[in-house]
Design a protein around this ligand. Structure first.
Ligand code: ADP
Ligand code: ZN
Length: 212
């Protein structure tokens, strides 16, 4: 299965991508995680990415497209993959399309998770993340012990790019402006699966599986 997954910040993409990746046995490739890793490990990509991620802006397309290409090459894309957070605009969508065509491959579906703006904001403003394994929590449903991760015991804290409310709003604004046009792009190719992101994680996951 070759998939892309997008939707506004706080729609629950991270949670669902882990489950999709497990069910269909495909690697989940999240550009945001790749950039945060690069920044934490002070790599060259990290250096060029940091200022953008901190402000909630997009990293330039050439950098982003290059790291995704390299990662897909390393994974053998013919065996399937789930891209999360890429493409995020039409230029990136065209680059992916071209890359897959070179390989004689085609996406099976583009899944968009939709949630109302208030839900998205509430989830993001209260989001806390395990600094070790990446598991997501929320101030409304924290880990059972003193902000240590239930799964791995790591420290659970605010993600650094969730710091300021303005950064969060900027990311949502960019989503509407740059990423939402992908709906029409994939719709016109009959690849779009629109998923209602409201409800429990299980409910949302069942909708995705049914749609695929
Ligand atoms: P969110 O979707 O909640 O903003 P992500 O983890 O997907 O979080 O992305 C974090 C940051 O990484 C983004 O704000 C942006 O700076 C950068 N980023 C991730 N994916 C892309 C992309 N496809 N193009 C440009 N920048 C990206
Ligand atoms: Zn953890």
């Amino acid at each position: 299965m070759k998939l892309v997954l997008f939707g506004p910040q706080g729609a629950g993409k991270g949670t669902q991508s882990a489950r999709i990746s497990e069910k269909y046995d495909i690697p989940s490739i999240a550009t945001g995680d790749m950039f945060r890793w690069a920044i934490a490990h002070d790599t060259e990509v990290g250096h060029s990415a940091q200022q953008y991620v901190e402000r909630g802006q997009f990293i330039p397309d050439d950098v982003t497209i290059e790291i995704v290409r390299a990662r897909l090459e390393a994974e053998d894309p013919s065996k399937g993959f789930l891209l999360e957070g890429f493409p995020r605009n039409l230029v990136q969508a065209d680059a992916l399309d071209q890359y897959l065509r070179e390989k004689g491959l085609k996406l099976d579906a583009a899944v968009v998770m939709e949630v109302p703006e208030e839900v998205s904001l509430h989830r993001l403003l209260g989001r806390r993340v395990c600094s070790n394994c990446g598991r997501n929590y929320h101030v409304d449903s924290p880990p059972s012990h003193n902000w240590t991760c239930d799964r791995c015991g790591g420290r659970v804290e605010k993600r650094f790019d969730d710091g300021a409310d303005e950064t969060i709003r900027e990311r949502l604004r960019l989503y509407h402006e740059q990423t939402e046009p992908l709906k029409a792009y994939y719709e016109s190719r009959s690849m779009l699966c629109t998923i209602d992101g409201a409800g429990s994680q299980d409910e949302v996951f069942d909708r995705i599986v049914a749609a695929l």
